[in-house]
Design a protein around this ligand. Structure first.
Ligand code: NAD
Length: 478
């Protein structure tokens, strides 16, 4: 990467610059703007774990950006280069994201400086439990104060360890399971959480393509069907987004970029096959059914209709922004476009669906999981069969009518099966997620189209979310 280091804003600076662009268009009282922008606190912990006969010291962070609503919420990331500024930038994005999608949380984020691929499962459990212990004893993991979730390098497994660690330390807390989200189903998780962020990316694109004017703005036409898509990062978010878009919306995944290069095939890649290859071989190298590009990042610049950066921050920067050919970028990762690149792309007319909206599916379904844990009952458990029996009444009545008319018409078996099935938890979660993504998109879109001084969806998203955070501070005082 040949980035102009001097001019390129850091992730943290990028978030602040984007925030500043938006607040310049708002009428916030003196001081409130600064109060919303700053990160309230960051706790840094260094702890030792005995592994392989020696003590290893690890560094972790938990930042709380805004407590205008509690608990605060945000994932825990495991990556070798995690640092305080990055965690604070991510915590700030969580504040704005939660406000935008009306998840009743403040913003937080955590990180552990570790390369998880260097440790086996048992070692990772020891490290995770120790990190969780340090955060739990300071209420930085707590069902009513601070609720983590998965992020890069962590998943259901780590969340289950954290939940168990909290339960061991708080044996009488009946809401213990609500201390973390993204847990496996058997440990208090919710159906549809693993897929949620990728699913949210799909719902966001569907909502975008419902609107002719917006599709025109990106210089595109038609529906998602047949659109050429390049995805960077086939991890949790990228894999699910690519899978759903190709299997359910007719998109062609022409490029997949991973750490060890990229796969490219204009006819479309088989997402499942590539994913299985990565799981087995640790990367895309050697995959037999597509061309391998060693300099993976170059594939970001290939021609396509939709570019989905779903790996990490800062991958589209001032050096490569002008060469990005995709007319539409959806930021599945947090902060993949730097503020400098954002300026270049905006001037080029590239439409960017911003991270705080695009990847909000994860926190939305985490919110549902937290509610499920606090209510101690699975969604749909009370209503499902009652709904089915009421639908059965209608079907019986229609069939009796059909009989009385000499069966001149009948209900198709497919209709009957679908109509009679009451919604289970997964269907309810998807419905709640779809509704959230549609409403949040419309709130940004209204500002984007109606205000002459707002050029892009990102600024519109900041205006919506900062407005909500400001209203919350005004209502209750600081
Ligand atoms: P993950 O660890 O499951 O996947 C990340 C993928 O990106 C991996 O396949 C990794 O090999 C690949 N990758 C890493 N560095 C790369 C590089 N330089 N070039 C190409 N590929 C690279 O992580 P994830 O949970 O899918 O998170 C990805 C992004 O989405 C992060 O920015 C994260 O903050 C954001 N996000 C995740 C969630 C969630 O629910 N997991 C929610 C919101 C936002």
């Amino acid at each position: 990467m040949n980035v102009n280091v001097k001019a390129e804003p850091s992730f943290r600076e990028s978030v602040d610059l984007m925030f500043n662009r938006a607040v310049a268009l708002m009428d916030l009282s003196p001081g409130l703007e600064e109060k919303i922008r700053v990160c309230n606190s960051t706790y840094t912990v260094r702890f030792g774990v005995r592994l392989r006969g020696a003590i290893h010291t690890f560094t972790g962070y938990r930042s709380v950006h805004s407590e205008h609503m509690e608990p605060v919420k945000g994932g825990i990331r495991y990556a070798p280069n995690v640092h305080q500024d990055e965690v604070e930038a991510l915590a700030a994005l969580m504040t704005y994201k939660c406000a935008l999608v009306e998840a009743p949380f403040g913003g937080s984020k955590g990180g552990l400086r570790i390369d998880p691929r260097q440790y086996d499962e048992h070692e990772l459990e020891l490290i995770t439990r120790r990190f969780a212990y340090e955060l739990i004893k300071r209420d930085l993991i707590h069902p009513s104060q601070n609720v983590p979730a998965p992020d890069m390098g962590t998943g259901e497994r780590e969340m289950a360890w954290i939940a168990d660690q909290y339960a061991r330390m708080n044996t009488t807390d009946i809401n213990a399971r609500a201390c973390v989200t993204g847990k496996p189903l058997n440990s208090g998780g919710i159906a549809g959480r693993v897929e949620a962020t990728g699913r949210g990316v799909q719902y966001a694109l569907r909502e975008f393509f419902r609107d002719r004017l917006d599709v025109d703005k990106a210089g595109l036409s038609g529906t998602l069907d047949g659109k050429r898509v390049i995805v960077q990062g086939l991890g949790n978010v990228g894999y699910h987004a690519a899978k759903f878009l190709s299997e359910e919306d007719g998109c062609r995944i022409t490029g997949i970029i991973e750490r060890d290069g990229a796969l490219f095939d204009p006819k479309g890649l088989n997402v499942e096959a590539v994913r299985s290859w990565i799981v087995k071989h640790g990367g895309v190298t050697g995959y037999p059914d597509a061309a391998h590009v060693v300099e993976g990042a170059a594939v970001l610049e290939e021609e396509c209709d939709i570019l989905i950066p779903a790996a990490m921050e800062g991958v589209i920067h001032m050096e490569n922004a002008a060469r990005i050919r995709a007319p539409l970028i959806i930021e599945a990762a947090n902060g993949p476009v730097t503020a400098g690149a954002d300026d270049i792309l905006r001037r080029k007319g590239t439409v960017i669906i911003p991270d705080m909206y695009a990847n909000a599916g994860g926190v939305t379904v985490s919110y549902f999981e937290w509610v499920k844990n606090l209510s101690h009952i699975r969604f749909g458990r009370m209503q499902r069969r009652q709904e089915e029996s009421r639908h059965q009444l209608v079907v019986d009545e229609l069939e009796a009518l059909s009989d009385s008319l000499g069966k001149t018409w009948t209900l198709s078996p497919d209709f009957k099966a679908r109509y009679l099935r009451g919604a289970d938890e997964l269907e309810l979660v998807r419905s709640g997620l779809d509704d959230t993504m549609r409403i949040a998109y419309q709130s940004m879109r209204a500002i984007w189209h109606e205000r002459g001084d707002v050029e892009d969806l990102r600024t519109a998203a900041y205006l919506v979310s900062i407005g909500k955070v400001a209203a919350s501070y005004r209502a209750k005082g600081l």
